[in-house]
Design a binder for this molecule. Sequence first.
Ligand SMILES: [Zn+2]
Length: 208
Amino acid sequence: MLKALKSLLQRLYPCGKCSVGKAVYLTFDDGPIPEVTPKVLAILAKYNVKATFFMVGENIDKHPEVFEQVVQAGHSIGNHTYNHMKGWRVSTAEYIANVQKWEEAVKRQSPITNHQSPLFRPPYGRTWVWQRKAVKRLGYEIYLWDVLTRDYNAHRTPEAMLAQIKRQTRPGSIINFHDSVKSNERMLTVLPQAIEWLQKEGYELAAL
Ligand SMILES: [Zn+2]
């Protein structure tokens, strides 16, 4: 009965990610970084969950082996520009060139990872509206977040981050972490606790 209802809902709402079930999306920005990203991968593997990594192109070029590890583990990757670009400071042409430079970085990797990613997250979550339109014209879907852990902030404690995740997470939530050196310890402390709580609450952790 439940299965039939679910499949009916999925037919009514083909965007299964948006409306059906209790999915939550963990996202990690600014990697891949050798000091941090493999540790995130190990935690995700331990709990058998998939996530999404919005990578910076120059980090893909610097650390192709870490990039490969993320892809091989079956996680989604998204474009976060080549240079973590501040859209509001540059022209749309410059912004789009940087988005495409990210694509070139991905293409330089092995054939296995030579794929176009339709996911885009603007650095800082900020762009001009016409830049967003231009990114969409390239075929991207833009994903921000609704739960911002601010794990990059040295004043944040893992306890505060976990409390925030518990307070703000809803079905369909997109939770923002960073696999960056700045976030390293805080994020790695809270991540397993967050996953355990989310799973206990019946959330399914999925990649975008
Ligand atoms: Zn970022």
